[in-house]
Write a protein that binds this ligand. Structure first.
Ligand code: PMT
Length: 217
């Protein structure tokens, strides 16, 4: 039994990858498994919150009790996030959102052509920045930063530029941590504090993140 630190609170969490279609059979995506986001949802539920989990395609089952909303693309993620975030006390963006999508989605399967193929990509909306900049009913907004270098400065940059309240930085260059593993290590940054969470299971680290969130809500 966990202390009910989040009783009466609603938390919306995004998890997993997005898929950006190229044609009816192909897409651009990334290695996010959803494990970190689903662990956060489970922890928030155990701490007594109502949980909305907006998820890209993953192979994990959400526990009963979680309100699961399935999406594929970043644009779908934005639409659902704009629906659920304003009704929430906190929004956690753990999804690995593709920064770009195909400028044109082919309606028929693309045929093999010459030795090179050039894809034109166009920028996706920044979902968490849209939530953090809501003028009304803005939830406490928590981002993640997946970095392979300059972890601290890039994470602090995202905290500022995206107008977040808190960011959880993971160094995804370390093998066995971050994308598609069962463990993670995070540094949490606020505008005037920081906290190191050393390597442990995603289940355990998710509890610590949610505990910190509850303290700051
Ligand atoms: O799913 P797992 O396999 O368990 O792996 C977990 C994880 C490594 C994916 C997770 O811990 C993590 O770091 N998620 C964020 C990955 C990411 O996209 O980071 P980013 O630094 O590119 O983005 C920064 C923040 O902006 C994130 O909160 C992201 O959700 C958000 N974002 C990014 C781009 C975009 N167009 N819209 C966004 O909302």
């Amino acid at each position: 039994e966990q202390p009910q630190l989040l009783a009466g609170k609603t938390i919306t969490i995004t998890a997993g990858p997005t898929r950006e279609p190229l044609d009816p059979v192909r897409f651009i995506s990334n290695h996010s498994s959803g494990k970190m986001g689903y662990a956060l949802a489970e922890a928030a539920l155990q701490f007594g919150a109502e949980v909305n989990l907006i998820s890209g395609p993953v192979n994990i089952k959400a526990s009963t009790g979680v309100n699961l909303i399935n999406i594929e693309s970043a644009e779908q993620l934005l639409t659902e996030s704009l629906t659920y975030a304003p009704q929430s006390d906190a929004f956690i963006g753990c999804a690995a959102v593709a920064d770009y999508r195909a400028a044109n989605i082919a309606t028929q399967k693309m045929k093999k052509q010459g030795d090179e193929l050039t894809l034109t990509l166009t920028k996706n909306p920044d979902v968490i920045a849209a939530i953090a900049n809501l003028k009304q009913n803005r939830p406490y907004t928590v981002g993640f930063a997946a970095e392979t270098q300059n972890v601290e400065s890039y994470a602090k940059g995202k905290l500022q530029n995206k107008n977040l309240d808190m960011i959880c930085a993971n160094d995804v260059s370390q093998s066995g941590l971050g994308f598609n593993s069962d463990h993670n290590a995070l540094t949490l940054y606020w505008h005037n504090e920081q906290l190191e969470l050393p390597t442990t299971s995603k289940t355990e680290i998710a509890r610590k993140v949610i505990e910190q969130l509850a303290k700051h809500l």
